[in-house]
Structures are given as C-alpha cells and as structure tokens.
Design a protein around this ligand. Structure first.
Ligand code: FES
Length: 134
C-alpha cells in the first residue's frame, strides 16, 4: 500500500477537500471526498508522507468507499481504539486495517497512521480547517 497506494491523486469532482498535517515531520495529506446521500461515494488522497501514513491512507480510502457517514465514524472509532489502546476491537469489521495494530507500540507512529483518519473524521464533522496531529 505504500509502494502502490490505492486512490492516490486528486478527485476532480470532489465536493469536499481537507488538509491534514503532521508538524513533527512536515508530512501533509489532502483528502478528497465525494459525498452523496450521507454516503461516501468516492474518496482519494494526495500529498507526501512516510510509508506508514501513505499505507494507512491507502487502506483507509479503500475501506471507506461506499460507506455511510455513520459507518465511517464507527470505523474511525474502532481504528482509533485499535492503534491507541489494548481494548478489544472487532478485527473482522476492520479487515485489512487490522494490519496497522502494531503501531500502538510506537507513539510517534500512531500519528503517522492516524493522520488520514483524523482528517476524514474532521471532514465528516463538517470542519474545513486543516487538521494537525499536534
Ligand atoms: Fe510523518 Fe509519519 S513520519 S507522518
């Protein structure tokens, strides 16, 4: 997912664009969303980031296509729990995203993996201000 990320590049007919930024390393991500009837019709991302942030955005965008905004928020919460706590999560629901569970042991890496997720969460909440991990 890092070497050949899915859904990479600008989405021309996006109706929402939001930026995510990790000031610690300077990595930046732009998320494009096309939302119809409270559903993520299409999603893509652009920008530059480390291997973990690119792989995470690739996996996230793949998982989010076709999801309702409510399902997207549920998945955000599950993923956040997975990478920040030892609590049980529904790994079946998370599917391939569960591969990122290991970042939990590396606090700086949690920010890499969650950058795109916080950006999406903010976009769904209707907040257009750039998201920062700090
Ligand atoms: Fe910058 Fe990972 S090192 S997001």
């Amino acid at each position: 997912h890092n070497r050949s990320p899915r859904n990479f590049g600008k989405l021309d007919d996006a109706d929402k664009t939001i930026e995510g930024f990790n000031p610690l390393c300077g990595d930046k991500l732009i998320l494009y969303l096309k939302i119809e009837d409270q559903k993520i019709d299409d999603i893509s991302f652009d920008g530059s980031g480390c291997a973990i942030s690119v792989a995470s955005a690739s996996l996230m965008t793949d998982a989010m296509k076709g999801k309702s905004l409510t399902e997207a928020e549920t998945l955000f919460n599950e993923f956040h729990t997975l990478i920040t706590t030892d609590d049980d999560v529904d790994t079946e629901q998370l599917g391939k995203l569960a591969a990122l569970a290991g970042v939990k042991d590396y606090p700086a890496r949690v920010k890499c993996a969650s950058l795109c997720w916080h950006t999406l969460h903010s976009a769904i909440q209707g907040d257009d201000t750039p998201v920062s991990t700090e």
